[in-house]
Design a protein around this ligand. Structure first.
Ligand SMILES: O=C(O)C(=O)C[C@]1(C(=O)O)C=C[C@@H](O)C=C1
Length: 360
């Protein structure tokens, strides 16, 4: 006979107690690992080990849980275990509720010490100075293109890229009431204002568009004035007690932002190859005819795919440029190593920004 609801709940309670005991056993083991790492002075956060744990479980999973859920649950379990070894401090563009915070939580799980920063420079500074082990910054958006300040900061920074996260970004219009009546000012980060410009032109043609340091800051300010609205995430809305006056106002329904995780190489060395990796470089070539074409030849010769090619002014006043290139592959693969060696030989400036597993 089928069990009743109260009976099922009693069984669930019993399973939960078993799970709790098991999780605490796991936590105690992770704590022991942490003690060994302290003695050895080795790295706490091992993303490749965490990826391996999740992969093994997903392959073994023959129950009702979706593999996606297995990944989410174990990311959180390992985040909590990691925090028992040493809480990882992660700097990101704040305040609380930004998409960058969401990206950081997606990558590290929620058991981290969050260090919200007021701008990109501060994220780099906190991570370089050791105030944070890791920094998370946006680098490109599918509607608006590159986040130029992040690219400029990566050029001269000792930090390297150790991971990436790609988020579907849905912007909502947030304010103290749920209507569009009487909005005089819309506050958001310039990237978000740009990603919603068609919607703003149609629905709020007379509202001033005011750029602020982050969307969450716009939401925070919108909470202080009924004639103001912010453009930000649902999380930012609940953080500041705002209503959603209009849902998903971004001009592109599939608007995505790509974030990278940066740290000093002494905090985490370059991740080992996973088979699905990206290598990011910044280079410059002498300002002469055919130089940019020549630069791409080694990639073709050695069969390396380029997934991104961006240019930024070198600020020399000479119409010179830095080129930001993403390649598919890892330098431990011979064809990638050969292409990089040939490319370096052609460049006036050459820097590997990082090599890391591709986001799902
Ligand atoms: O295997 C380790 O090195 C651990 O520290 C344990 C553990 C885990 O909880 O499984 C925790 C943190 C690391 O990032 C990787 C895995």
């Amino acid at each position: 006979m089928a069990k009743t609801l109260p009976e099922l709940r009693v069984l669930i309670d019993a399973v939960d107690l078993e799970l709790l005991a098991l999780l605490n056993r796991r936590a105690a083991l992770a704590h022991e690992v942490g003690e060994i790492k302290k003695v050895e002075g080795s790295v706490v956060f091992r993303p490749e080990r965490e990826a391996q744990v999740i992969q093994t479980l997903q392959s073994a999973n023959d129950g009702a849980l979706k593999n996606e859920s297995v990944a989410v649950i174990w990311r959180e379990i390992m985040s909590a275990c990691r925090a028992l070894e040493a809480p990882q401090r992660v700097a990101f563009l704040g305040p609380r509720g930004t998409f960058t915070e969401e990206a950081a939580l997606r990558f590290f799980g929620s058991s981290i010490q969050r260090i919200p920063c007021t701008n990109f420079d501060e994220v780099f500074h906190a991570t370089t100075s050791g105030a944070a082990e890791y920094g998370v910054v946006a680098v490109e958006n599918s509607t608006e293109g590159v986040v130029t300040r992040s690219l400029d900061l990566l050029l001269n920074s000792p930090l390297h890229i150790v991971g990436e996260i790609s988020l579907l970004v849905r912007h909502h219009l947030l304010r103290t009431t749920a209507s569009l009546e009487g909005i005089e000012v819309v506050l958001a980060h310039p990237q978000a204002l740009a990603q919603c410009q068609d919607w703003l032109t149609i629905h709020l043609p007379h509202a001033e568009r005011r750029a602020v340091s982050s969307n969450a800051e716009g939401a925070r300010l919108a909470a202080t004035n009924p004639a103001w609205a912010g453009i930000a995430s649902e999380r930012a809305g609940s953080e500041f007690g705002l209503h959603i006056a209009s849902h998903a106002i971004q001009d592109d329904a599939f608007n995505r932002t790509r974030f990278v995780v940066v740290c000093l190489p002494s905090v985490l060395p370059a991740p080992v190859a996973t088979g699905k990796d990206c290598t990011s470089l910044v280079v410059s070539v002498p300002n002469k005819p055919g130089a940019v074409h020549d630069m791409l030849v080694p990639l073709k010769t050695h069969g390396v795919s380029m997934t991104r090619f961006e240019s930024r002014p070198a600020r020399s006043g000479q119409w010179e440029y830095y080129f930001y290139i993403d390649l598919q592959g890892h330098p431990s693969q011979p064809h990638v190593a050969a292409a990089l060696k040939d490319l370096e030989g052609l460049c006036a400036f050459y820097k590997v920004l990082g090599t890391y597993p591709l986001a799902d």
